[in-house]
Design a protein around this ligand. Structure first.
Ligand SMILES: [Zn+2]
Length: 110
């Protein structure tokens, strides 16, 4: 796996493929919270399936801390064109634009 990452880096950063494989070789620190107050930080490859729980040194089952899941970094909620539009324009602005466009359309048909 290290081999693949190195080869990907040497090929340059221009291709999407190499950028992607370099990212896959990254490591993330995953945090677990033990019910007895212990804290565990485990380095995982972002490629790895991170277990939802980890056995603590005290024998209790420490649970994956929410928000630190590596998947949360990679999986973005699917954004629609409408969502992206809403990030740039407010509804009143869009209504105004729509009214303008409709006016242009109507004027051209007259
Ligand atoms: Zn513990």
């Amino acid at each position: 796996m290290a081999d693949r990452a190195l080869r990907g880096m040497r090929l340059g950063t221009q291709s999407m493929e190499s950028v992607h494989s370099a990212e896959l070789a990254e490591r993330v620190e995953v945090h677990y919270d033990c019910p007895n107050g212990h804290h565990i930080a485990m380095p995982f490859s972002v490629e790895a399936d991170v277990p939802l729980s980890w056995e603590c040194q005290c024998g209790a089952l420490a649970l994956l801390r929410d928000g630190d899941k590596p998947e949360a970094k990679d999986i973005k909620p699917q954004r629609t064109h409408w969502d992206m539009l809403l990030e740039r324009r407010s509804i009143p602005e869009l209504e105004e634009l729509l009214a303008e466009r409709l006016e242009v359309l109507r004027a051209s048909r007259r």
